[in-house]
Design a protein around this ligand. Structure first.
Ligand SMILES: [Fe+2]
Ligand SMILES: [Fe+2]
Length: 322
């Protein structure tokens, strides 16, 4: 995948058809699934097949709300503070054009956040009446990493490697939603698809800005600092791809069990199978791979300090040195 230059990115950003547009506010059709089944966690566990159709659809909807919360967390806790902290460095090491692109991206992420809040409120008005997130609650470890990341963004911009992978994933999700068709659980909720499809338009530019930012703010650091950034990034990714018994994914299952009490006797088995996904080859390969996250993987290829990333990301194979 070719990286767009900043002039091209600016030209695309000026075209309204290639920017994220607001989706009309209409109540969601709660008889339909929200995302493709293979974008949920339980789908990869043995217990999923035994769920009834109604349970699968409800699980799908709850998990999809959590997906939106995850994207919101990325936009507000990662992209926003990290990019704000890197503004000056982007201009010094990159250019005024990079800084300009970054400012545009910041404004767009704020609008995305609001669009996902509104979408979750349309889908579950009572759940989100007073809060913007019901599943995402950062653990003390995650909070500590975020604090370090914000405070030291100048020297610890490893979040940029996370941001590019997550933004490419959000585009891959939108693509799979648009292509979904009928599916075993029926077509996807149209309003839900529309918000993700629109979101992917801005993200298709952001991933290229990310590459410029990594080159200006990360690749220019001394080797010892890049090594430290690489270990923080690797630890973060390892944590993120391992569902926890008390994590957000398990919280979705507990909510499903609360709505379907007949599942209570199977709750611990379902949660144990979620935790086991950390070693599940197919699940792990579905999260990040060269087809879904090509620019992120290309950036990892460029970084000598990430030579061992394949130990954590199962689908990451280091290309043979030229
Ligand atoms: Fe976004
Ligand atoms: Fe973005």
């Amino acid at each position: 995948m070719k990286v767009l230059n900043l002039e091209r990115i600016a030209a695309i950003a000026a075209d309204p058809a290639r920017r994220t547009a607001a989706v009309p506010d209409a109540p969601a059709d709660l008889s339909l699934p929200f995302i493709p089944e293979d974008q949920t966690h339980l789908y990869y566990t043995p217990g999923y097949a035994a769920l009834t159709r109604a349970q699968k659809i409800r699980y799908n909807q709850l998990f999809a709300l959590r997906v939106n919360e995850y994207i919101m967390m990325l936009e507000r806790d990662f992209v926003d503070p990290v990019l704000k902290a890197l503004r000056r460095r982007a201009q010094q090491q990159g250019s005024a054009a990079l800084r300009h692109a970054l400012e545009g991206m910041l404004a767009e992420e704020e609008r995305h956040y609001q669009a996902f809040v509104a979408l979750n409120r349309r889908c579950a008005p009572r759940d989100y009446e007073r809060v913007e997130a019901q599943f995402m609650r950062l653990r003390p470890y995650e909070r500590a990493v975020l604090r370090a990341m914000h405070a030291g963004a100048r020297w610890l911009p490893f979040a940029l490697w996370i941001i590019v992978a997550m933004e490419e994933s959000s585009i891959a999700l939108a693509t799979s939603m648009v292509r979904h068709g009928e599916g075993a659980l029926g077509p996807l909720e149209p309003g839900f698809v529309a918000v993700h499809r629109e979101h992917a338009k801005d993200e298709a530019r952001h991933i290229h800005i990310d590459v410029h930012l990594v080159r200006a703010c990360l690749a220019t650091l001394p080797a010892a600092w890049r090594l430290l950034n690489a270990s923080l990034f690797t630890a973060f990714m390892r944590d993120m791809i391992s569902p926890k018994a008390k994590g957000t994914s398990a919280r979705v299952v507990r909510r499903l069990v609360a709505e379907f009490p007949e599942l209570a006797s199977r709750a611990s088995e379902l949660i144990a199978s979620l935790v086991a996904l950390k070693d599940h080859e197919k699940f792990q390969r579905s999260l990040f791979n060269r087809k879904l996250t090509p620019l992120a993987f290309a950036l990892y290829d460029d970084e000598p300090a990430l030579a061992n990333l394949g130990k954590v990301l199962k689908a990451y194979e280091r290309p043979a040195a030229a």
